[in-house]
Each structure stands twice: as structure tokens, then as C-alpha cells.
Design a protein. Structure first.
Ligand code: GDP
Ligand code: MG
Length: 177
């Protein structure tokens, strides 16, 4: 139907993971197509809005970033409420950040009772680091599969697969009844 093309879906997406894994850099790259070496650590929850066309639909994404509170584990239920997509980010040069996705961030999701139909994606960021890589593609994708998550490797710095990751997530959300 012709009117479908003017319908806007608004989809809330969360970025979660340890401090320093590159959440803000991924958001900046995706929303503004840029990368700042020094990302200001601001206080308070922040989000960016990005419009996409998917199939014949216009989709508005609100991507929520933790703006530093992840260090203090003071995220509140407002942050989690109504999210349809959850991006769990780790840094391929720091294996502890992958371990914490399981030990900390997935537990927080259970604790805050996020939407049962929320689509989850594990993002392995900083794949540009070369010899400093400590987590292989296999370890990451195995982890994601075991937890029923999509999996994408990215670099916010050199712009590898950042838009792809968000698009894949949105496609999956739109497919989920
Ligand atoms: P956040 O704490 O998860 O929001 O992480 P930031 O986005 O603040 O990034 C933390 C640090 O990692 C900063 O110094 C970034 O410049 C750097 N960084 C972020 N993404 C990448 C990446 O893809 N590759 C590399 N090499 N460094 C990155
Ligand atoms: Mg940040």
C-alpha cells in the first residue's frame, strides 16, 4: 500500500559493554560518519537519532549510549525500557571485555527485564588493531551463537562494517513478529 512508505517506525537500540570498548565511537561513526581519537566522557545517558530506509519503510532509530556510567554500574531501568535492539560490544584486544558480556551485561539485561522479543547482537570492535588482537573471529561468533545473538566484527576507527551492523540488527527487528 502506498501509505506504508510514509510510516515511520521508531526503534530504540542500546549500546552496552565495558568502558573503553568503543561504544561512543561506534555511535559517532554510525550517526555522523566520523571518528574522534579522544571521545569526551560525559555524564548522563546520551542518544543519537538516525533515519534509515529499510525495504519500503522509513525507520527512525534512537541509539542510546551509556556516556560513562557503565564504569559505576549505575544504569537505570529508563535506559533499558522499550529497547528492541541490544548491541553488546567487546574489544578484540581485551578478552576480559568479552567475558564481561556474559558475567555482567547479559545479567543486567535479565535484571532489568528487557523486552522478551528484543534482538541481540554481539559486536567485536577494534578489528583494525592487527597483532594486538586477542580474541579470534571464531571465539566471538561461537559466543554469540551460544547466546542467541547476531555477530558482527567492526572497526569504528577505520569504518569496517559499522553501518552493516546496525542495518543487520534493524532487518532482524523488522522480521521479528
Ligand atoms: P566507550 O567507553 O565504550 O564509549 O569507548 P570510546 O568510544 O570512548 O572509545 C574508547 C577508546 O577506544 C578511544 O580512545 C577510542 O579512540 C578507541 N577506539 C574506539 N573504537 C576503536 C576502533 O575501532 N579501533 C581502535 N583502534 N580504537 C578504537
Ligand atoms: Mg562512551
Amino acid at each position: 500500500q502506498a501509505t506504508d512508505s510514509v510510516i515511520d517506525f521508531t526503534i530504540k537500540i542500546l549500546l552496552l559493554g565495558d568502558s573503553g570498548v568503543g561504544k561512543t565511537s561506534l555511535l559517532t561513526r554510525f550517526a555522523h560518519d566520523s571518528f574522534d581519537e579522544k571521545v569526551a566522557s560525559t555524564i548522563g545517558v546520551d542518544f543519537a537519532v538516525k533515519k534509515l530506509s529499510v525495504y519500503d519503510k522509513r525507520v527512525k532509530l534512537t541509539v542510546w549510549d551509556t556516556a560513562g556510567q557503565e564504569k559505576f554500574r549505575t544504569l537505570t531501568s529508563t535506559f533499558y525500557r522499550g529497547a528492541k535492539g541490544i548491541i553488546l560490544v567487546y574489544d578484540v584486544s581485551r578478552p576480559d571485555t568479552l567475558r564481561h558480556l556474559e558475567e555482567q551485561w547479559m545479567r543486567e539485561l535479565e535484571l532489568y527485564g528487557t523486552e522478551a522479543d528484543a534482538v541481540r547482537m554481539v559486536v567485536a570492535n577494534k578489528v583494525d588493531v592487527g597483532d594486538a588482537r586477542r580474541v579470534s573471529w571464531h571465539e566471538g561468533s561461537d559466543f554469540a551463537r551460544r547466546h542467541g545473538c547476531l555477530f558482527v566484527e567492526t572497526s569504528a576507527k577505520t569504518n569496517i562494517a559499522v553501518a552493516n551492523a546496525f542495518e543487520e540488527l534493524v532487518l532482524k527487528i523488522l522480521e521479528t513478529p
